[in-house]
Design a protein around this ligand. Sequence first.
Ligand SMILES: [Zn+2]
Length: 168
Amino acid sequence: MHGAGVIREDEHDPYRRAEKWPDGTQCPQCRAVMHRGAWRWASEPPAATPAATSGQSRHSSSPHLCPACQRIRSHDAAGVLVIDAELLAGRHDQIRATIQAIARAEEREHPLERILAFEASAQGPWTIETTGLHLVRRLGHGLERATGSVLSTRYLQGEAKAVMHLSR
Ligand SMILES: [Zn+2]
């Protein structure tokens, strides 16, 4: 999928101005580290509860939140995926497992691509909000393939935000 998108979200995304973070900056929330202009996971894979870490950082850089944690804090999603209730009928477990597998793989590779909110009611529809456009696109296209559904996409805010919709 790399390079497949025509949109350079870094140019549109107000949360991702790299010049704000010198090399070695560590996010105090999730512990991702700025390295050569990109956020990377420090040494270990992301913890399930980043806030529960001991806080014994050896990095002395200024404690700025990374773009993903800023979005989570202000609940400002870059991507929104809505899954129709009738598409969910009878396969909640399958769809939930697909979402979790895609999100885990994407987050491992890209620290700024995380699920920000996931509203999964029994009756549907489901709404998933993400901190990045990569993740919402991977979820949308992955579920489109896995379920044989129809995916539509709208871009907002000068292509900084994507709203995707999956229906039967
Ligand atoms: Zn962070």
